[in-house]
Design a protein around this ligand. Sequence first.
Ligand code: BTN
Length: 246
Amino acid sequence: MAPTIIQLAETSSTNSAAIELLSKGRPAEGSIIVTDHQTDGRGIDTNKWESEKGKNLTFSLILYPAFTADQQFILNKAVSLGIFDFLVAELPGHKVSIKWPNDIYIGDKKACGILIQNSVIGNRLDYVVVGIGLNVNQTVFFSNAPNPVSLKKISGKDYNLQEILKQVLQCIFKRYKQVKPDTFHTIENDYQFALYRRMEWYEYLVKGVEVSARITGTNAYGQLLLETRNDQILICDLKEVKFILE
Ligand code: BTN
């Protein structure tokens, strides 16, 4: 079965629409739901995702990876790298990076957020919905998100969303093909080197305490590794660490 592209004028959230679709059947791997407008776009935790109607890419990709649930962080890395690759090619001369675990940054600002939702059966992934919000043509942001940016805000150019979607998908699939044992190391290395603020000293809030530290990488479980000034390694889960952004 060939992947389908479902284009919706409006939906609450493309992730919710994809999950609903999966409750009724099994669309081909690589199928996507894309919309011009989300009325209830969702971010990590209870955050909302702001995206002005018709200005940005908001879509969800359906995948059926063959690996076990405990290896799912590799998929997170592959998708993040796909978008990272796209932005590096699109914005030469700009510093693109991946703010752990999967925000894509241009300089110190966030251009893209990723919300991955899984269904797990036993220790196997039944399906994965990869929700991507990439800010493209929006120039004014109203939510309380601390530091949004878009391609247009950086380059001054207007972009064709269909064209951007095609290119972003190509980049993601190229990385997705590397999610196999003989190329895991490529994803692993590239992800580590793409990390925002890697090996640079900054202040972090770790379990509520301000710490001066530098990111040395992530471990096999996807946890962030922070080295403190007195050579301690702090192993952090998502909720335990907060980047202090200027
Ligand atoms: C985050 O950074 O908090 C993740 C944001 C993810 C936003 C995308 S937009 C398409 C998909 N549908 C949603 O409701 N959320 C994701």
